[in-house]
Design a protein around this ligand. Structure first.
Ligand SMILES: Cc1ncc(COP(=O)(O)O)c(C=O)c1O
Length: 358
């Protein structure tokens, strides 16, 4: 891929924050973009100023949500260089999502080298602040300016970067989670296993309901029986039995195949835990919390890495996990995983791609 580098307006440059990172609302000075048309394929690849997109009101993505995205992070190593964590998996999942949404696929290697080039140019934005990182958001949108309900012929693919602070500002603190017995995030055969905006739009209504009841995340159940546990918020979920066995639901089609989830399966086994993928009935799970069989519950995903769950609320009853405290397994996995990501722990799995800083 030939990437054209456009100049920035030097009189109007933002400087990276050093401690006040906000909540995904700060972005670097540059972005990557390229366009797709059936005649030209992918073309017009460039790294230029981060700037508004100009699109006709009829643009397909605004009406029928044909869009996909990814989320990964760049981490500052103790030696000053920059780590990406399993970025190949994000490139692969981007194309899996593209296929499911009937969109053009991208060359995975070219996509990753465009991201690496962009990060190299914006390296001053990879924070040195403990627990902070540079969030990477590749996106693709349908750009046909027409209202017919069909797969767009033209697409815009772009990558933006923004510094994000530590997820847990007051330490590794557990979150309260609401179990909706009425609303579902995704259904098998639908698009729950693609990273597409509609899944998140569908989750907002229950998110508001959960917040109003004092919970910060929603536990999603399967849409067919309303019984099997799928995900928590925008994270996969793991349960710890007797402090030794880690169980996560299998990828049945309505669950996003998380890269953190896959890493926990591989890392957990390497650390000596028994890790299995099993369908979990919500009623059995709550009974296992009450009996003490389940000793910890945690969400896992790029944003938090690991987010311990302190309690569940279900049908006006509350279920406290480990007395509302985070547990040793979550902490162990969190320390190991973030250790590898930030380059404090040797990468024995080949998960890291390092970008040399200068
Ligand atoms: C719905 C959903 N589930 C799970 C995850 C976790 O995926 P990953 O570990 O690749 O970030 C995400 C993204 O963070 C997500 O949006």
């Amino acid at each position: 891929m030939d990437i054209q580098i456009l100049p920035l307006d030097e009189s109007n440059l933002k400087t990276p924050p050093t401690d006040d990172f906000g909540f995904g609302d700060k972005f670097t000075n540059r972005m990557f973009s390229q366009k797709y048309s059936p005649e030209k394929g992918w073309h017009d690849a460039k790294i230029g100023p981060y700037e508004p997109l100009v699109l006709a009101p009829s643009t397909a993505v605004f009406h029928y949500a044909q869009e996909i995205f990814e989320g990964t992070k760049a981490y500052r190593r103790p030696d000053g260089h920059i780590n990406l964590f399993r970025p190949w998996e994000n490139m692969k999942r981007f194309n899996v999502s593209a296929r499911r949404m009937a969109m053009a696929s991208v060359d995975e290697e070219a996509h990753l080298s465009a991201i690496a080039r962009l990060i190299e140019m914006e390296q001053a934005w990879v924070p040195t602040y403990p627990g902070a990182s540079l969030y990477i958001r590749p996106t693709m949108i349908a750009t046909d300016p027409a209202l017919g309900v069909h797969a767009s012929k033209s697409y815009l693919h772009f990558v933006i970067l923004g510094p994000v602070g530590p997820y847990f500002k007051q330490g590794f603190s557990p979150v309260p989670v609401y179990i909706s017995d009425q609303y579902r995030r995704a259904v098998r055969g639908g698009v729950g296993d693609a990273k597409t905006g509609g899944n998140y739009a569908a989750s907002l209504f229950v998110g508001v309901e959960a917040q109003a009841k004092g919970y910060s995340q929603v536990l999603w159940l399967d849409a067919i029986e309303g019984r099997y546990i799928e995900e928590v918020g925008a994270m996969n979920i793991c349960f710890v039995y007797a402090g030794q066995k880690i169980v996560t639901p299998p990828l049945t089609g309505s669950i996003l195949p998380g890269i953190t989830r896959q890493s926990i399966i591989e890392l957990g086994r390497d650390l000596g835990y028994e890790v299995t993928e099993e369908m979990l009935d919500v009623h059995q799970m709550l009974a296992d919390i009450q009996s003490g069989n389940i000793t910890e519950v945690f969400g896992c995903g790029t944003a938090a890495v690991i987010a311990p769950v302190g309690k569940f609320g279900f049908q006006d009853k509350e279920y406290l996990i480990n007395d509302g405290q985070s547990g040793p397994v979550a902490k162990h996995l969190y320390d190991e995983l973030t250790g590898i990501q930030y380059g404090r722990v040797p990468d024995r799995f080949g998960w890291i791609m390092t970008i040399e800083a200068n």
